[in-house]
Structure formats: C-alpha cells, structure tokens
Design a protein around this ligand. Structure first.
Ligand SMILES: [Zn+2]
Length: 259
C-alpha cells in the first residue's frame, strides 16, 4: 500500500460501498446506472458489452470505472455463463469465461456484471485474498458460491461475505421446478422451503435469493455474512433489472486488493 495514490474519478459518488468488516487492504464497490454515457434504454453507466448497447459508450464507461479504482490495473472482466467456474483474475486485458473471479495478489481487481442476479463479495479476514461471484438461481444451485470458497486456502470462518443488490423476493417469481431443485439439493429442507413464498399464480413462487445464498454460505461454514435487502426491480433509479426491462444495461460489482 501507499505507493498507489488514491484516484478520484468522476462517478464514484454514485456507487455503493459495502458495509462489511473487510480488512483495509480490500476495496469494493457496486456501480449504479448513474453517471455514464450510454443512451436509453441503457442509460447511463452500462458496463455490459453483450446487451446491444453502443460498444464505444460501454468502453467509455469501463474506462471511467477503472479511473475510479484505487489501483493502476483495470479490473478483470468476465464472460458470464450462469455457471460455477471460478477464474483467477489477471490484468492482461483478456476477458475470461466464468462466473466468479479470485484474487490473491495486491494491485488487482475483478468485476461481475448483474441486472437482477446476486453479486457476492468475499474477503479473507487476513486481507490477502478476495473474490466476487455472479449468482443467479442456476449458479447458486450449481455451487458457484461453494466453488469460490474452495478457492480460498482459508477456513470458512476466516472469510467474510457481502451480498450485493439483486432482485428482491417481492419481484422474483419462479416456477415450482426451481423450488424443487433447491429442495432436492439441500439438507436443510425447511430453510429452503422458507425461501420460497407461493405466488397467486398456481405452481409459481417468489424466491428469496439472499436467503438461498445465506443458507448455502452457512452450510459451508461461513458466519460473517452481510448485505442483502435490495431489490433491483424496485430501485429503478439506481439499478438495471432484466425482469423489469429485458433490454437494459448491467451494473458492476468490483473487488480488489490495494497494491
Ligand atoms: Zn421488488
């Protein structure tokens, strides 16, 4: 630390800073849709290159994001596939396929993009290792959080987690087959059942992604779990939501280690 001067790019004031007990070697942000150059329906700080927005606008927004980070490196960007693969973040400008990125070297950052799915931040209490994961219901079910935790040499009790903005239970309607799949995969049937509230539509349920993630993390042995409580669908001013408008942008959850 100390050698990298803290940059103050334009836009940082619109971002969320996780409230969690991560060590001061760790920096973490969630961008909002405010402060960029993308036009409607991607207005304005869209960071997704795969959503049909003008690529120059997205690159401008990404460059602006890098400018705001307290390190010299640009974040590792991912091609997310709703899978459970964890990649090691690098600063070589190569976009890697995966749904989580792990960092154990100072001066690196990684980003996941979401618009309803759950971004999950991880930091070792030692302050030497971090990760960020993209968890929709499918990734959650397929173990993206567990795979991310496995990447850490630390015991689960030595890792703290923050749950970023996802679609809330108020708006996340899913079919009964999603509930069945989670029930089948879990030993805590009661906990899982409580994370699904029946909707007025027969056979449908409102799912609580935060609760489902928390159950998985606790089952793995993680006790320091923070965040949650957002709804990307309800909070139109700050967040993109794929369920609200299918043609929309992506905001980013960024984590890194100071150099
Ligand atoms: Zn909502």
């Amino acid at each position: 630390m100390g050698q990298t001067s803290k940059k103050r790019g334009v836009g940082l004031e619109h971002w969320l800073v996780p409230q969690w007990p991560a060590p001061n070697t760790v920096f973490a942000y969630v961008t909002t849709r405010i402060g960029g150059v993308s036009k409607a329906p991607y207005d304005s700080f869209n960071l997704g290159l795969h959503v049909d927005d003008d690529a120059d606008a997205v690159q401008h927004n990404r460059a602006q994001l890098s400018q705001c980070l307290p390190i010299d490196a640009s974040p590792q960007w991912l091609t997310q596939v709703h899978g459970n693969c964890v990649i090691d973040a690098l600063d070589d400008g190569v976009v890697r396929e995966g749904d989580a990125a792990y960092i154990d070297k100072p001066g690196l950052a990684a980003a996941v993009m979401t618009a309803d799915c759950l971004p999950v931040f991880f930091a070792s209490k030692s302050g030497a290792r971090v990760a960020v994961a993209h968890a929709g219901w499918r990734g959650l079910l397929d173990g993206v959080l567990e795979n991310t935790l496995k990447r850490f040499p630390d015991a689960p009790q030595e890792i703290c987690v923050w749950l970023g903005p996802a679609i809330g239970q108020c708006h996340f309607e899913v079919g009964g087959e999603v509930r069945d799949a989670f029930l089948q995969a879990s030993t805590s049937k009661q906990g899982v059942a409580q994370a699904f509230r029946p909707s007025d539509t027969e056979g449908k349920f409102f799912a609580d992604l935060y609760q489902l993630a928390t159950l998985r993390l606790k089952a793995y042995g993680v006790c320091s779990i923070h965040g949650g409580g957002y709804c990307t669908y309800c909070d139109e001013e700050r967040f993109y939501s794929f369920r609200r408008e299918s043609r929309t942008g992506r905001f980013a959850s960024v984590i890194g280690l100071l150099s």
